[in-house]
Structures are given as C-alpha cells and as structure tokens.
Ligand binder design. Structure first.
Ligand code: UDP
Length: 497
C-alpha cells in the first residue's frame, strides 16, 4: 500500500486505461488496473458497450475491495466498417483479414472520447495507458498534454529478439521456409526457421511500422512480465525504448474464486463449473493436463481431431477447451460419431466455450498445460507453476515456445514447424499429428528425472513470480515508480503553466 503522504497525492491521479478490444488485451489491462488501484489512484477503463457489459462483474469485485475502477463504454461503429453486428471483440472476428477494419473502427472512438474527457471527466486524466495497436491514443494524449504509456502484452524476450532481427535485417537473407538461423546478439542459442517467424500481410507490416513509430513517442512501456523471469532481456530492452516498467504477472491479482470465475468471457462454464471443479478435486495431484488454445486461434476440423485423439491416446486425464468459434457443427458431429466423450468419460472432460483458465491452472490436480503459447496464457502457466506442452500457431507464439522450452526449460514442444498465416481453417490444415500430441504430453507428464526437473523449475518460478507482485516485490515497486513518473510529469507541467 502507498505511504500516507504519497497516498494523498495519489488520490488526485486519474489513469485512463485503453486496451485493444481483444481478450488478450482487456483481461491483462483489467488485472493491471486492480494492482494499480491498490495504490489508491482512480482508474477509468475505456472500452465498447458490449465489452463493458461483459467485464462488468470484474469491476464489481474491484469495487467490493474498495478499488476505484470504472468501465466507460464508447460507441464502436461495426456496420460502417463491414464488421459483423455485435463484433466488438477480436474473439468474434471471422478472419484475420477483418482485423484492419476492426482497427479502423477503433479509431472512431477517439472523437467521442475526446469530447467526454473535455466535457464530463473529472478529474481530468493524468495519463493514458493503452496497448500498442491503438496508436490514436497518442494523439489523444498530445491533445490533453498528458503522457502516454504503452502496455505490452508480450515478453521482453520477444520484444528484444524481434528488435534484433529488425536491426540486423536477418529476415532479408532467408529464402526457403526451412532456412534456419540463430537470433543474433543474445546470450542464448535460439534457432528459428523462416516458416516459424510471424507471417504477415502488407497491412500487418504497415501496422507494425506504425506501432514502432508511435513507440518512440510514448513516455514509457509497461510490460506484463517480471524482472526475475528474463533479467537479461529486460535489461537489454531497457536500452531500446524509453522507461520500461515490468509490472506482472498481472493475473496474480486474482485471488478469490469469484474473481477467477468471472475473468474474461463468462460462458458455458457457468453450468459446468461445479462439475469441472468436483472432477478436478477427485483427481490425483498434478495428474491432469489442461488443453486450451486461447481466444483467437481458428483450428481446422482435421487438427481438432488430431488434438482430441492425441489427448485420448496419451492416457493422461485431461480438460479440453473448445472455444466458441472452433466448436462447429462438424466438430460436434465428429465428437458424436466417434462417441468421443463416452470413450474418455471419467478421464477426460470437454468444455465448450470459455473456461476460467486461471482457476483451473491454480488447481493442485493440474500438472500440465497444452497451450498455444499466447503470452498471457504462458505467463499464467508460469505463475501457477504448471509445466507446458507448447503448440504455437501464429504471431509471436513461436518466440514464447522457445522461451518456455529452451530458456526456462519448463516445457516440451509438440513440434509445430510452420506459423499459420490465416484463420481460415482449410488453409491452416493440420500442423501436428495425434502421435506428436501424445508424445509431447507423455514426455511432459513423465515421472522420471527430466519431468521432475521441469516441475521443480516451474515451482520455483511460480514462487518468484508471486513475490514480484507482493509489497516491495519488483513489479510492485515498478508500479510505484510509474506513479512517481506520472506525478513528476504533472509537477513539471504545473511549473511551466
Ligand atoms: N482465457 C480464459 N479462458 C479461455 C480462453 C482464454 O480465461 O477459455 C484467457 C486466458 O487466461 C488469457 C487470455 O484469455 O488471459 C488469452 O490470452 P493469450 O495471450 O493467451 O492468447 P490469445 O487469446 O491472444 O491467443
């Protein structure tokens, strides 16, 4: 908690948090808001009406804990930008190609927000913290002459390695998909193939260039990681951009069962949640593998079958989450035709829709996490001490796999060789077979020395991560430094005026 003298100054601070409307941005920003609000500052989170509705209960929990957090909805023009009706979150985008329109629609939030700040917001915001694709928030910050900080939902390892590849133009020297190379100028031997690098369209390349340009204008960068996890990369990244504050793992702010259940989409788990927890309670410690592929991956029917059959043949008890958009009529038909759920009854459980991931990962019966390696998921696995079977698909997920498997040494890869370029299921096809899924799960859950060593490292990292967010821990202190930085800017502004 902030000391009483700084506490009274903090009371005058008003942080405006603006996440891109995607689960992997809104969820960690709300978690971060809860950690920030412990320092007695006021926080307004800006989002769209449907998202404000979806995340309302999280704010209710925060208010019960006397945290000053509010959600403010701003109109989001879907139809004008050819987006499906009600598509206010990236998890309901049908294709990656629509992302550009989604981003353009988000720019339309600037004007009404500007007006709201001008006419109604009191106290006026002291700063803006927004995720990197929302570059228009820098213009908003300029307009009100307040600093903008970027909130990064990826690791320092990824940020620094991508920076290095860019600096050395490594990608330009690669011709064939299976051309291998080492990331230059880092202390670890990290090998990639060209095909594993994030594949991007021309639109995505322009967005990345734009984000880089706006990165230089930001006052600082907050990163959902903790210094002890990746010290060399944190120190190195600090030399690349202005003021870095490692403030994670933010998901550790969720301590109560209700908070963990209400995190993100509430969905099918409402009905199944008791069954799922009762079932987990009946299992042996660390015996279950939890399989979840995040909120965005579009997985083909063929690949779904290989995942299901791999889970089944591993003979390891499992919970398999099939997210809404992947849960098609074909998938349901396949499950039914195969009698899949009867075959695995007692040993395997399918959740259709949304799972309370952090709650499941915190359960003592969970001993492994089959993950697509989104950074939030990876960090949630790390902070809960759960070793991982890594199944990256696109974007920066291959960096996260390499970090988990080669640097932390708490994971086993399923062996994906190619990053997908599209969310279209015919194009993404089968990345790995059921035998590879089975092999990687069995290797991860193995009770031999290698498995023991992985579990020990995972447990130690979980312990260190918890310390980071506690009072006087590294991330806690970095949040204090951030608040001091904002106060410093405000003081200078006052002196000039
Ligand atoms: N998540 C969840 N339940 C689900 C699927 C996802 O709680 O059924 C949460 C997960 O805990 C994480 C976020 O959604 O916080 C997904 O972010 P991540 O960066 O892992 O992946 P993305 O969704 O961007 O691919």
């Amino acid at each position: 908690m902030a000391s009483s003298s700084s506490s009274s100054l903090c009371k005058e601070l008003h942080f405006l948090l603006i996440p891109l409307m995607s689960q992997s941005h809104i969820i960690p920003i709300i978690d971060f808001a809860k950690l920030l609000a412990l320092h007695r500052v006021k926080i307004s989170i800006i989002t769209t009406p449907l998202n404000a509705q979806k995340y309302k209960s999280i704010v209710t929990h925060a208010l019960k804990s006397n945290l000053n957090i509010q959600l403010i909805p701003i109109h989001f023009p879907t139809q004008e930008f050819g987006l499906p009706q009600g598509c206010e979150n990236m998890d309901s985008l049908n294709s990656l190609e629509m992302f550009q329109n989604f981003l353009l629609a988000s720019e339309m939030m600037q004007e009404p927000l500007e007006k709201l700040i001008q006419d109604h917001m009191e106290p006026k915001p002291s700063c803006i913290i927004s995720t990197s694709p929302l570059t228009w928030t820098q213009q908003l910050a300029n307009k009100f002459n307040i600093p903008r900080y970027i909130f990064q939902t990826i690791s320092c390892f990824t940020l620094y390695c991508s920076h290095m590849l860019n600096e050395t133009n490594t990608q330009d020297t690669l011709v064939l998909d299976d051309d291998t190379f080492l990331i230059p100028n880092i202390p670890h031997k990290i090998e990639f193939t060209k095909a594993q690098l994030p594949q991007s369209t021309q639109d995505m390349k322009s967005l990345v260039d734009k984000m880089k340009k706006f990165q230089d204008l930001a006052r600082g960068t907050l990163i959902n990681t903790f210094e002890e996890l990746e010290p060399w990369y944190v120190e190195s990244y600090k030399k690349v951009v202005n003021k870095v504050f490692c403030v994670g793992p933010v998901s550790l702010c969720n301590k109560g069962m209700d908070e963990m259940v209400d995190r993100g989409n509430k969905g099918s788990i409402d009905d199944e949640h008791d069954d799922c927890l009762n079932w987990l309670d009946s299992m042996k410690p660390k015996s279950v593998i939890y399989a979840c592929f995040g909120s965005l991956c579009h997985i083909s029917l063929l690949q779904m079958k290989e995942i299901g059959l791999g889970l089944e043949s591993s003979n390891v008890p499992f919970i398999w989450i099939i997210r809404g958009l992947n849960f098609t009529l074909e998938v349901e038909k396949w499950l039914r035709d195969e009698n899949f759920e009867d075959r695995v009854r007692g040993r395997g459980m399918i959740i259709r829709g949304w799972a309370p991931q952090v709650l499941i990962l915190s359960h003592p019966s969970v001993g492994g996490f089959l993950t697509h390696c989104g950074w939030n998921s990876a960090l949630e696995g790390i902070s809960r001490g759960v070793p991982m079977t890594t199944f990256p698909m696109f974007a920066e997920q291959f960096y996260n796999e390499k970090f988990i498997v080669n640097i932390l040494k708490t994971g086993v890869g399923v062996g994906v060789e190619v990053s997908t370029t599209s969310w279209n299921e015919e194009k993404s096809g089968v990345l790995v077979s059921k035998d590879e899924v089975k092999r990687a799960i069995n290797q991860l859950m193995d009770q031999g020395l290698e498995g023991e060593e992985r579990r020990k490292i995972a447990k130690d990292l979980s312990h260190i991560s918890k310390k980071a967010i506690q009072e006087e821990g590294s991330s806690y202190l970095n949040i204090k430094l951030l608040i001091e930085d904002v106060m410093h800017v405000l003081k200078n502004k006052e002196e000039i005026e």
